[in-house]
Design a protein around this ligand. Structure first.
Ligand code: DLZ
Length: 161
């Protein structure tokens, strides 16, 4: 993956995911952006062999809720990895910082507490323009990148089991 276009990658470097099952938890805040991240993630999973019935999508109100939504998925389904998708845009108050810290720490903690990977697909941008550029615009789609990361981490775990 280059730094100019995060979604550029060599497809042959991604393991076959035909027998894997993934959860995606997506935040409804800035839904124009997060729906595009979701489309990218789903399309990329399918491109690498994941079937529709092995992609479980759940929505949460905002990025702060991604951690608990992902924990619910981990508890109630049998998944190889969980992708967390959100978009936090800086406003005039420190709210941005607290949400970013909360979700970053939360997802990190899930990675350490559960025996499956949780992927951080959350855009943290200064404005909507930057978010659009990274959700299907000139900087690619962070949803694609999150899906590739999920497949690679799930394959790594299978390899080591
Ligand atoms: C409250 C809030 C604000 C101001 N901004 C965003 C944002 O840019 N992106 C996002 O995903 N969520 C935002 N939220 C909502 C919080 O994530 C959360 O849903 C509420 O604080 C309720 O817990």
């Amino acid at each position: 993956m280059s730094t100019a276009d995060l979604s550029e990658y060599d497809p042959s470097s991604v393991p076959d995911a035909g027998r894997m099952r993934f959860g995606i938890v997506v935040s409804d805040w800035n839904s124009q952006v997060t729906e595009s991240l979701l489309r990218g993630a789903v399309n990329t999973l399918k491109k690498h062999g994941v079937t529709d019935n092995n992609i479980v999508v759940k929505h949460v109100p905002g990025s702060f809720e991604l951690t608990l939504g992902a924990q619910f998925l981990a508890e109630y389904d049998d998944l190889d990895a969980i992708i967390c998708l959100g978009c936090v845009i800086q406003g005039e108050t420190p709210h941005f910082t607290y949400i970013c810290q909360g979700v970053t720490n939360g997802i990190t903690q899930l990675n350490l507490e559960y025996n499956i990977p949780f992927i951080f697909g959350v855009l943290t941008t200064l404005n909507m323009e930057q978010a659009l550029e990274r959700s299907g615009g000139k900087h690619g789609n962070k949803g694609d990148e999150a899906a590739v990361t999920a497949i690679k981490m799930a394959a790594l775990q299978r390899e080591m089991e």
